[in-house]
Design a protein around this ligand. Structure first.
Ligand code: AKG
Length: 287
């Protein structure tokens, strides 16, 4: 991306709240590689709070895909992406969250319209074709600047501000439906976005969040990285992981523990039933 293209992208991101790239931030070769890595990894990652997956939802996560090494670094700490974010923030970006996500069941409700007002930029790298059948993210353009009056108050989860579709009638919608794998969506986390109902599981994406350095300094976040990967990092990549922030010296943000990366993940129905059972026992048992 040349300087003019970057400048235009930043302006679109500021004005509309979303910039979609299909032209080079993510190559087809890398896309294939991630599908291959994730196939193995979803089998190997064990379920737990730190680096596991949710078995009771329609979606599975691997919380620390950076532990898969170079290929993931080259995508989420891509030089052009970081440069764009640096122009947007007016200072260096820091990666504060990175998760590999796979949709494993159809979902009748999808993800309801919501915004994540945490002053970060969200980036979604799509490794499978985007389609409304498999879950196409849609964005309500400009809603980061002029949101509807009030978020809903009667929602069960309080992880974000939720809105009804009716409240959003006046916004232009940008849907990722029809975009090819290899697409990157970069968005202001305050823009309202949703994923309408989808019927075919299998969508694989990496969801990342970046914050300007001044905010990242105040946040707690973890990355799980192999030592060998750290050795391969370019300086600008280390900086955008926050490796040079003072808190890093205390070792509470980067976990270098191979044991945590290994594990057994088995997606058989029996194993899933076991985890649902375990979740019920741990949630409802009298301590
Ligand atoms: O999975 C998607 O397409 C949307 C993700 C999302 O809603 C979020 O990152 O807040």
């Amino acid at each position: 991306m040349n300087q003019k293209a970057e400048h235009d992208a930043v302006n679109i991101l500021k004005g509309e709240g979303l910039f979609v790239d299909t032209g080079g931030l993510l190559s087809a070769e890398k896309t294939d590689k991630i599908i291959e890595i994730s196939r193995n990894s979803f089998r190997r990652i064990r379920f737990n709070d730190q680096d596991g997956s949710s078995v009771i939802s329609s979606t599975q996560y691997i919380d620390h895909p950076l532990c898969f090494g170079r290929d993931v670094f080259d995508i989420v700490l891509n030089r052009e992406l970081l440069s764009l974010l640096c122009s947007y923030f007016g200072e260096e970006p820091v990666l504060t969250s990175c998760r590999l996500q796979k949709k494993i069941l159809p979902h009748k409700a999808g993800i309801l319209p919501h915004r994540d007002p945490d002053k970060g930029i969200g980036v979604i790298h799509y490794f499978t074709d985007c389609s409304k059948n498999t879950g196409a993210t849609q964005f309500y353009l400009g809603s980061h600047i002029n949101p509807p009056n009030e978020p809903l108050t009667d929602v069960k989860v309080d992880d974000a501000d939720y809105f009804s579709y009716v409240q959003l009638n006046n916004f232009n919608i940008a849907s990722l439906d029809g975009y090819p794998r290899g697409t990157t969506a970069i968005f202001n986390r305050s823009i309202i976005h949703s994923v309408p109902a989808y019927s075919i599981p299998g969508r694989i994406v990496i969801l990342s969040i970046y914050h300007p350095r001044c905010i990242a300094k105040t946040l707690k976040y973890n990355h799980l990285i192999n030592i060998s990967s750290i050795r391969c990092l370019e300086d600008y990549q280390a900086t955008s992981l926050g490796l040079d922030l003072p808190e890093m010296a205390e070792g509470d943000k980067i976990i270098l523990d191979k044991a945590q990366i290994e594990g057994v993940y088995d997606s058989s129905i029996l194993r899933r039933l076991f985890w649902v059972f375990r979740w019920f026992v741990s949630t409802f048992s009298i301590r």
